[in-house]
Design a protein around this ligand. Structure first.
Ligand code: GLN
Length: 534
């Protein structure tokens, strides 16, 4: 029987529920359990695909083409679990399933209500990951205890645990134990009140994980245990880590969170094998032989979460090279406004990430021109690739009005154009080219060298693509098509062969990078940036 762990949050948002859930999953996996993960998001959008990154950060894409919450990126990076459509449900998706069923006559004669119909649908979503190949499912409930929006989810998991029976499901509540400077004290009251809110709706946490800035003392553990109804050894301190978020699993292991959880679930502890992870964290902390500066030129720069997977992938590549990656976040519009290239002058490499809409495009083109003309290693991703093609067409081929039809439908050189399959699409949600697609690389190219193979699969999220009418003209001047869809029709990677390291891809390599397995393109890009430095 599959066991369930539910993780809720209290007091404030942004406590790192996703990282805590992912860290626990990583430990359970390294004890030999098969773990699946999912996130419930209480907002009404059917998926985050229609939201600006300013709302909830980046949209993470799974192999099966689901546009999901960025916490799924943590799940995949920490625990190596593969997420799918079943790994992210929103209120919107739950309601649209119920309403769809109602319209088909599925509840004929019945009044459709939040309880039991919405809660039943949520329970179905939780069970959708159950199966003979899964030992433990971790479900993170988005939002904060006390939010109106998350109530149906909390009621559903209350029922779920009750029906699953003792030892088959547990609740972990993540709270904040703040340090109040003026009083010189740490306060447990917010956590007590948050647990009180859960108790009001029938949930008693089995474990309390307390985010803190400073170490907690015995009195805090005792107080929280007594007033929150949680055994003292199940009150866990999760202090801010110093160097890397990848320290969190090690910190939880030190407090035996994983074995305590397994005990609650009536499962044997098995042996924990995390030497590789420990080595990796040690390399981050101690073995920084060199540093490299990478300019990321984007339009959502002010929000760190907007390019989460990109920053993580850069870090992973840095770890592999024993180098600290200093990320220079360059706002494309500022680069556009400044009359020079000063914002880029200390960059050992330049990366232009994905995006939508024309704001910031001139700044991105300017960064690409600088990288191309000054032999600075360049990695373009999705919109970054499209911009690299536009820049080349304008400044090398002299097509001054070259553009993507996303920005100028009248351009006489539409080097990036809407995919044929997209021309009739009117609905915005979930209709892009999404998820994993195969790509074939040309032998002897930098890209093939980086991957060390020619058949690859990468995740996509875009509507526009390279316009094949311009292939020959661009290739003649050195912008080579080095990776395409297996039928040769869709351009997936371009490479500037007159430049030391200039690669741009239509897909999103960042989603597949892992701390112990950096993505080949990022790995090679950082290598080139370090080489340039020498
Ligand atoms: N806006 C571009 C497109 O739709 C690029 C998308 C992206 O960068 N993810 O094709």
């Amino acid at each position: 029987m599959t066991k369930h762990i539910f993780i809720t949050g209290g007091v404030v948002s942004s406590l790192g529920k996703g990282i805590t859930a992912a860290s626990l999953a990583m430990l359970l996996k390294h004890r030999g359990y098969r773990v699946a993960m999912q996130k419930m998001d209480p907002y009404i959008n059917v998926d985050p695909g229609t939201m600006s990154p300013y709302q909830h950060g980046e949209v993470y894409v799974t192999d099966d083409g689901a546009e999901t919450d960025l916490d799924l990126g943590h799940y995949e990076r920490f625990a190596g679990v593969s997420c799918s459509r079943a790994s992210n449900y929103t209120t919107g998706r739950i309601y649209s399933n119920v309403i769809g069923r109602e319209r088909k006559g599925g509840y004929l004669g019945g009044t459709v209500q939040v309880i039991p119909h919405i809660t039943d649908e949520i329970k179905r979503a939780v069970s959708s990951l159950d199966g003979p190949d899964t030992d433990i499912i971790i479900t993170e409930i988005g939002g904060t205890a006390g939010d109106i929006e998350s109530l149906p989810f909390l009621e559903a998991i209350r029922q779920f645990k009750h029906e699953a029976g003792a030892g088959n499901a547990i609740f972990i509540h993540l709270t904040l134990v703040p340090y109040i400077k003026a009083a010189g004290e740490m306060k447990t009251k917010p956590s007590q009140q948050s647990v009180g809110i859960l108790r009001n709706i029938g949930i008693v946490p089995d474990m309390l994980v307390c985010r803190t800035e400073k170490p907690m003392h015995d009195e805090h553990f005792s107080k929280l245990s007594l007033f929150c109804n949680v055994a003292k050894e199940l009150v866990i301190e999760e202090r801010d880590v110093k160097n890397s978020i990848y320290e969190v699993p090690l910190e939880l292991a030190r407090q035996e969170v994983d074995t305590k959880v397994l005990q609650q679930l009536q499962l044997p502890p098995k042996e924990l094998k995390i030497d590789g992870w420990k080595d990796m964290v040690e390399r981050v902390i101690a073995h920084e032989k060199s540093a490299v500066s990478i300019a990321v030129v984007g339009k959502y720069i002010s929000l760190r979460d907007a390019y989460k997977s990109i920053y993580e992938a850069l870090d992973h590549a840095g770890i592999a090279h024993d180098a600290k990656v200093n990320i220079m976040m360059v706002e494309a519009e500022e680069l556009e406004k400044s009359g020079n290239y000063d914002l880029l002058k200390n960059a050992d490499g330049i990366l232009v990430p994905g995006g939508f809409g024309d704001r910031g495009i001139p700044g991105k083109l300017k960064a690409i021109k600088y990288a191309r003309e000054n032999n600075v290693p360049f990695l373009g991703i999705c919109l970054g690739m499209q911009c690299a093609v536009i820049e080349f067409a304008r400044n090398v081929l002299g097509y001054t009005d070259a553009n993507s039809t996303e920005f100028d439908e009248e351009s006489s050189h539409p080097v990036i154009d809407l995919m044929l399959s997209q021309k009739a699409v009117t609905q915005k949600g979930g209709t892009m080219r999404l998820g994993a697609y195969p790509c074939v690389l040309q032998k002897g190219t930098r890209a093939a060298e980086a991957y060390n193979e020619v058949n690859i699969s990468e995740r996509h999220r875009h509507r526009y693509e390279f316009n094949n009418n311009f292939r020959e003209a661009l290739e003649n001047e050195g912008l080579k098509i080095v990776g395409t869809s297996p039928d040769g029709k869709l351009v997936e990677i371009v490479e500037n062969v007159r430049h030391p390291w200039f690669i741009a891809c239509q897909f999103h390599p960042e989603f597949k990078s892992r701390p112990l397995e950096p993505h080949p393109l990022f790995d090679n890009f950082i290598g080139a940036a370090l080489g340039e430095k020498k």
